[in-house]
Design a protein around this ligand. Sequence first.
Ligand code: GAR
Length: 194
Amino acid sequence: MLRLIGIKKINIAVFISGNGSNFKNLIIDSLKKRSKYNIKLVISNNTTAKGLKYARKFKIKKKIINYLNKKNAEKTILIELKKNKIDLICLAGFMKILSKNLIKKFGKQIINIHPSLLPKYKGLDTHQRALNDKQKYSGCTVHYVNSRLDSGKIILQKKVRIFKTDNSRKLAKKILKQEHILYPKALKKVLVNL
Ligand code: GAR
């Protein structure tokens, strides 16, 4: 168990594939006075991920991982995690599934944010599926990552009302706004128990 003694901060790696708005939001949270963590590294499978601009802006080390061969990709990821003394991984719109082997070899906690009220709508296209099913609510979930997709223990969830006028884009926008509140809150909860 890691202890938050004195000024020792937890080193976090954020994994992204796209826009990186959750990444940016976590960076800003990490820069607050009483923050217990540093974002030390960002990893992306996508060279053109828009979110990588925040690595430049906030001077965070970035590593692009070529995923043509998943085994090699994960080997490189594990080396980077070790080299940067990463204590915890935050997945934030990372569109690759981590293997059982990586999860086991890393051996520390990995958390993820997912745009639905899990266990409903695991996987992709969550908003359209919620709309197709005429759900009254959707939302977002922060959960621990295990070897089954979007199935780890839930840390926190936030419900969002679906209106008749919502389409997938509108709903995604509303939920993303809540994700930006939920992720730092959930992370705080996780860090207390580290
Ligand atoms: C977020 O809505 C996140 O919940 C979702 O991708 C978006 C990334 O946005 N993640 C997944 O769908 C993972 N299965 P961002 O790049 O702006 O943070």
